[in-house]
Design a protein around this ligand. Sequence first.
Ligand code: XMP
Length: 525
Amino acid sequence: MFAGKHLPLILSMNEQIVILDFGSQYTQVIARRIRECNVYSTILRYDTPAKQIAALKPSGLILSGGPASVYAEDAPLPDKNIFKLGIPVLGICYGVQILAHFLGGKVEPGQKREYGKGTLTVRDNSCPLFEGLPETLQVWNSHGDRLTRLPKGFVPVATTENSDYAAIENRAASTYGLQFHPEVVHTPRGREVYSNFVHGVCGCGRAWTMRNYVDQAVEEIRAQVGSEQVILGLSGGVDSSVAAALIHKAVGDQLACIFVNNGLLRAREAEVVQEVFGRNFRIKLQYEDASKLFLARLKGVTDPERKRKIIGRTFIEVFQAATKRAGKAKYLAQGTLYPDVIESVPIAGNPAAMIKSHHNVGGLPKKMKFKLVEPLKCLFKDEVRQLGLELGLPKEIVHRQPFPGPGLAVRCLGEVTPEKLKVLRRADAIVVEEMKASELYYKTWQTFAVLLPVRSVGVQGDERTYDWTLAIRAVESQDGMTADWVKLPYDLLEKISLRITNEVRGLNRVVLDLTSKPPGTIEWE
Ligand code: XMP
């Protein structure tokens, strides 16, 4: 979120697997699968020099898939010396083509593009990758080119309907290739293939756990910060909350958190943050109530982009002033995550590369010369949640749904007024309450209320009303890039609608948003 130079990732891992990224949309999924095996993994660009890779002393190397063809003019190719590192190598999909290209095999355009579900038949069950797995497996394919001649020393170990070389090995050289994608959910036993690779072939243990990470991160934060002061902008979201708890564990009162109330928060949000961090964790918390300033600046503004800009600018101003009051801090802590710092390969259609530009709010002015503390920057979101639980944060925070920086302003269409916010907050609280009671809240990506400044006629009691409309938005998503609207049960929707029209004055109509993304966005503004 803020400007600043990223420090190197925590790399003092005893054991890790390096994944070279050739632009596959699944590269990060591979990294997560490896970590789910309790082995640390690092993603590096496909052209990272072999020397640099060797310096990390990895236990194994994975070559990701990718959309290119090895024979294309601008094909992404690795440093040829990666095959001389003397460590096990696993090529996935395009990674197999790379093996063939560098080790003397042959790749040709496939007659039929193999895409989607397939059945893999394991022909040699002594192959360590398939240890403990049945003879036939459901797998997910996605490739056009195919191997037509194996590199020297390789033999086929599994086939699919369209490929005699769906899995190949050179066991003596500990080098393997898979035409399918074991990392995706459509290869249900793919995790075991990765587990076999990292534990069986590479000989890794199971040292990567969030319990171990806490100890390591605490040490590194202490070493970095020394006796200096650290400040952190706490939003109440998962990332800043976990970062706060972790840094507090490391340096206690050297950490001061700044929480800005922009007047656009949901019901009880400011109270929960103060309760959890101030009272339970006893973290130094500077509460900045700037709601009046934000709302005054938003008065009369209806254009969505202008609303966002005003909120962004005002936040920086308020935060900057607050840091001055917080004392002499040398460090600014941020909840930056691993996907924000991976140097992504800019290949069209790579969603990991697109997500960053979308909601980038600019950052703090350069003149704020802080050094950064980013203790989550080698973690994926699911790891951050585990870490939060490990540190004793409540489920309410650890599994909180994403909430946009501009807050309720993007869910309160048109001009934002205190009156509309009050109505929206009460209605939103009912939606969240009923979703939690039905246990669906934590199963959806986001569920919230949107206030539409559209008046319609209604009748409540014996009175004719002319009030606003509330839309309910519930979506399922993996990363917010695309989303499907959720088919919530009718009886739940009925209950929510009844409660809203009975309990919230100012609303007489409730509607459901049936739009996926695309073509809609998740937020309404
Ligand atoms: P859209 O509405 O673009 O949102 O489909 C995708 C995801 O991003 C969240 N979102 C934001 N997050 N600052 C944020 O930190 C913002 O300004 C912002 N706007 C939208 C949105 O809630 C959804 O999860």
